[in-house]
Write a protein that binds this ligand. Structure first.
Ligand code: DCT
Ligand code: MG
Length: 492
């Protein structure tokens, strides 16, 4: 914990009080709160090591108000006119009481923001971002409706290109920036509106500025038309081909699928062979109706093997996405230890039914004594399989997408199945529900804000040196001191 003496001119903490939270400077609004309650709360906060300022200056980081109407509070704040107002947290008393209870400043989340302060903060014309937007995706609500696709598509191109060049920091920077814009319930129409948004660096803002002014970004267009970018994107669109293999083929001068398939010196592994074989089908998006049909097919097979097994649709479809690149499921049984044989039996049954076109089964390497992983990219250790399944068109309620089915009467679909033991089900469900950016930020939030490690298996409290059990996703959010976010709002 930071231990800093207040600067003399502040006189914010009387002599003798130890300052424990030098980065947080409170200002309590007297209106409505009353003078005597304000003095009492000021003494309380200072006794707990907070700096409380008597005047609203530009140093203040957290303005706390009780009982004020949002609009009149905002008018008063603007009249008091601290220059730093856009960067201050303007909070309800609940943030103060939570912080006093915890004995330190709690992370600001939406329940602490004064009700209706949002409209009060907005200009009549173009909304301005408010401090309420968290840098963590797990503290934002992101539906499937993206109001800023024009920017996020551009950011995705740059992120991908950085990924191909192994510039991971820059790649993540653009992914974070895109994720913040996806969470906005409004369209960004001017750069001013992004003033208080987190995770938007100079580079991202320059790209946005160009798009706002000219409808396109020269940098993004240049990347899009770059031969290496196009080729790596094409090659990595094949199931089983990662950036390393794609790069190797590109360096050998290969530019097209036919140049790879005609080259006798290239040995494809089984996954890649099947990736090419079913390329036409599995590069085409899977619809919700197709995901529903597959769920019924797999549900019937699971039920036939183990009637009390639990099958749950996860991934993008659980988040309400209309289309996905695959269909993700978790399958488990109430009896601990049975989940692995359940998955093997399920694979056998689908094979007997003749609907398994490809199967890569990976047995569990999960061991409860392993400390939880720190890295998101580390594959989880539960038994799982990556499949290509045959889906009959007659099983699908085709609705709008009738014309996408050709005369064959079936299509190939990528399916992932993971099978955790029941006591780790909640962690696997949270991880496999995604989105990837939501998961990354949950882990980062746990690590940075809570000194905890979270992965698809468990949650570990490094302060208490103990694992925290959970039977539902809600339990995990509660352990992390986060508001629960529904799957439909995790499309970060
Ligand atoms: N996931 C994970 N560990 C991995 C891979 C994925 O925990 N090694 C999580 C992240 C999201 C979820 O599983 C499903 O992954 P995808 O299918 O890749 O993502 P999606 O959100 O379902 O996207 P899409 O709609 O394209 O399938
Ligand atoms: Mg998926």
């Amino acid at each position: 914990m930071l231990r800093k003496r207040p600067r003399p001119e502040e006189a914010a903490a009387p002599a003798g009080e130890e300052v424990k939270f030098g980065d947080v400077r409170l200002y309590l609004v007297e209106r409505k709160m009353g003078r005597s309650r304000r003095s009492f709360l000021t003494r309380l906060a200072r006794s707990k090591g907070f700096i409380v300022q008597d005047v609203l200056s530009d140093d203040v980081t957290h303005v706390v108000s009780e009982g004020s109407q949002a609009s009149s509070l905002w008018t008063w704040l603007k009249e008091s006119a601290p220059k730093n107002l856009p960067n201050m947290h303007v909070l309800d008393i609940s943030w103060f009481t939570d912080s006093m209870r915890q004995g330190g400043p709690v992370t600001v989340d939406s329940k602490h923001i004064i009700k209706d302060i949002l409209p009060a903060l907005l200009d009549d014309s173009q909304p301005t971002a408010v401090v309420a937007v968290s840098q963590y995706a797990c503290q934002r609500r992101t539906t499937t409706e993206n109001n800023n696709k024009i920017f996020t598509d551009a950011f995705e191109v740059l992120a991908e290109s950085y990924e191909f060049n192994e510039l991971d920091g820059r790649c993540l920077g653009f992914r974070r920036a895109a994720s913040v814009l996806k969470s906005l319930p409004w369209v960004v129409q001017s750069l001013d509106a992004t003033h208080n948004l987190p995770c938007l660096g100079e580079h991202a803002k320059a790209v946005m500025d160009e798009i706002l002014q000219h409808g396109r970004s020269v940098e993004v267009e240049t990347v899009r038309s770059d031969e290496r970018y196009q080729t790596l994107k094409l090659f990595t669109s094949v199931f089983g081909v990662g950036p390393k293999t794609a790069e190797k083929w590109f360096r050998r001068g290969l530019r097209s699928f036919s140049s790879i398939l005609d080259n006798s010196s290239i040995r494809l592994n089984r996954m890649q062979q099947n990736g090419f074989l079913h390329y036409g089908d599995i590069s085409r998006a899977v619809s919700q109706a197709e995901a529903r049909a597959l769920t019924s097919v797999i549900q019937r097979a699971v039920h036939a093997i183990t009637p009390d097994a639990l099958l749950t649709l996860t991934g993008g479809f659980r988040r309400g996405k209309e289309f996905g690149h695959d269909v993700d499921f978790i399958v488990t049984t109430p009896e601990l230890g049975q989940e692995e044989s359940l998955l093997r039996n399920l694979v056998d049954r689908l094979t007997q039914q003749g609907i398994l076109l490809y199967c890569d089964y990976q047995p569990s390497t999960f061991n409860t004594s392993n400390p939880p992983g720190q890295r998101f990219t580390a594959m989880d250790q539960f038994a799982k399989c990556f499949l290509i399944m045959r889906l009959e068109s007659s099983h699908v309620d085709k609705g709008l997408h009738k014309d996408e089915w050709d005369s064959r009467g079936w299509r190939a679909v990528r399916v992932d199945l993971v099978s955790p033991p029941m006591d780790h089900y909640a962690f696997a469900l949270l991880g496999w529900s995604g989105s990837r950016q939501f998961d990354r930020d949950l882990r980062r939030f746990a690590r940075v804000e809570r000194r905890m490690s979270l992965d698809n298996h468990c949650l570990y409290d490094k302060t208490k040196k103990q694992f925290l059990a959970a039977t539902t996703e809600q339990d995990i959010f509660a352990h992390l001191g986060l508001e629960y976010i529904e799957p439909g709002q995790r499309n970060a």
